[in-house]
Design a protein. Sequence first.
Length: 324
Amino acid sequence: MHRVVFILYPGFELLDMAGPASVFNGANRALGQVGRAPLYQILLASPTGGDTASSSGISVQTARLDELRGQRLGTLLIVGAESGPLQAAMADPDLRGALPGLTAQAERFGSVCSGGMVLAGLGLLDGCRVATHWDACAPFQAHFPGVSVDPEALYVRDGRLWTSAGVTTGIDMALAMVACDLNAGVAAEVAQRLVLYARRPGHQSQFSPLLSAQARGDSPFADLIGWIQANLHAPLDVPALAARAGLTERSFHRKFTAATGQTPAHFVETLRLDAARMLLSRGLSLKQVSAQVGLFPTARFSRLFQRRFGITPGTYGEMHRVEG
């Protein structure tokens, strides 16, 4: 059995634990369906043990950290929290005393969301590249200059160390762990069981252009943006979009730019290139990707991709391919 230990403390973010735990449990379920023994054993631990309350008010039963000493640990993950509970955790003498030894005895260790700051405070991340929630990147880097914080990545693997940007990205990281431990097929089955839209590779940006547009509240173009996302292969120039929105081209350009913060052309290009990265990581050819995202001919797609990301789409696909 591969023991997965989640380290909790009062005020922790429940989804940081529950999301990845559901992935590992889903992998056990998938193994059982084909007559194989479960691989993962999930354990929740905290400095004092007993009931530990999350930020949502839901409490979970935990073991004491000192009970783990000398035990074989597969994966050790400390979860994140808002500033107050996180600062208290960083100062907790029991947590600080236990973590160095526990991370040393684990096959792999890491964090979900801002939990990485607890590890960094003990010098356990010096010289490492890490991911954390976008809102914590600046303070993380300022407090721990010896750590390289990747502000874009959903999750980062650096040797035995795994860190994720937080909340739902803990699910993405756990799926990547399952793919490493078992295979991509099991990870894909778990993702499908959890009704995920897609298995996101770690290199994908935390900043979804579609989500950013939707986050602007009562945007008059919410329906149009959804239609654009579903029809990236189609002609999406200003005349076509203005006609669909029922506006003149000039009025559409002005109102769309005000609503999204981007011109229609730049917004569409961003969506197309974001989708292209996902398709490239799945192993599709440049020609297939170019056609599916509406950036053709292939030479034009390559130019735009390299200008935006500083790397050719072919090289990107080789570096970030995710099977399954």
